[in-house]
Write a protein that binds this ligand. Sequence first.
Ligand SMILES: Nc1ncnc2c1ncn2[C@@H]1O[C@H](COP(=O)(O)OP(=O)(O)OP(=O)(O)O)[C@@H](O)[C@H]1O
Ligand SMILES: [Mg+2]
Length: 309
Amino acid sequence: MDNATWDDTPIAAAAQRAAWIRSPRTPQLDKPESPRLITVSNQKGGVGKTTTAVNLAAGLAHAGMKVLVVDLDPQGNASTALGADHSAGTPSTYEVLLGELSAHDAMQQSASHDNLFCIPATIDLAGSEIELVTMEHREYRLAAALNEEFLAEEEFDYVFVDCPPSLGLLTINAMCAVNEVLIPIQCEYYALEGVGQLLGNISMIRQHLNPELHISTIVLTMYDARTKLAEQVAAEVRNHFGDVVATTVIPRSVKVSEAPGYGQTVLDYDPGSKGAMAYLDAALEIGGRGDYRPADGSDDPLGVAPADG
Ligand SMILES: Nc1ncnc2c1ncn2[C@@H]1O[C@H](COP(=O)(O)OP(=O)(O)OP(=O)(O)O)[C@@H](O)[C@H]1O
Ligand SMILES: [Mg+2]
């Protein structure tokens, strides 16, 4: 049997993909000029925010980047997926927002990757939306913690902030701490429901709280190639949002949904799976193309591909 025939079997293909992710030959990205801070947000629940945040973070770590994931959702799903301890009382984003702990003192190294870190969320965070209301600089508590000195000292290349499915003070803190917003959109019915409102909120934060904020990336998630619907949604989103939509699409894959149950990203849980490859590809694409900013002088928060030259 020649190689071409071997490679045709699904097991051989998966083994080959696994070897590629694991190998030292995984393409290595250049460090960004300055750390890229990215909030993953969509007030619609269950669209793949957390899955995208942790797996892109893992993909970038595989590509040689030093990456921090900040879990700003009281559900603590990103912490779970990264295998970070987040039992009650663990140093977490709650103490960081309150100014009781530095980001450095609350972060944990991932068991699977030396370059991947997490500030976990505990159940304490659930009360923080209310506690924050009366605090000074309530919108900028996370921004203060993720300051330039901290980022430079730790030499982080990427920071992902995983948001809850709401537009409360936690999400506002996330959006005041970063320049970039990444919006995952699920290839399903009502995919764009609420996205208009999200865009309006981002524009408002841009006007009043953080002029640098913009949408640098949209990622299509849970794409089911067997359905016409997924194809239609993807086409509609690309038509509507243009360049900012990543070329790489994340397929619906059981392995992706199983991984958090083992405290792992899908890149570690099953590196040969299509989901793992897609997230690695997406990480390489997003890392390689850099930040997409709005056109100069534009009020629109939507990023565009940089003009050549
Ligand atoms: N590509 C995928 N294939 C299969 N299942 C997926 C995929 N992406 C996400 N899921 C599953 O869909 C569910 C929702 O995903 P996830 O938790 O990432 O969404 P979320 O937007 O963070 O949700 P929430 O709004 O509750 O924070 C989870 O059970 C997750 O495992
Ligand atoms: Mg989530």
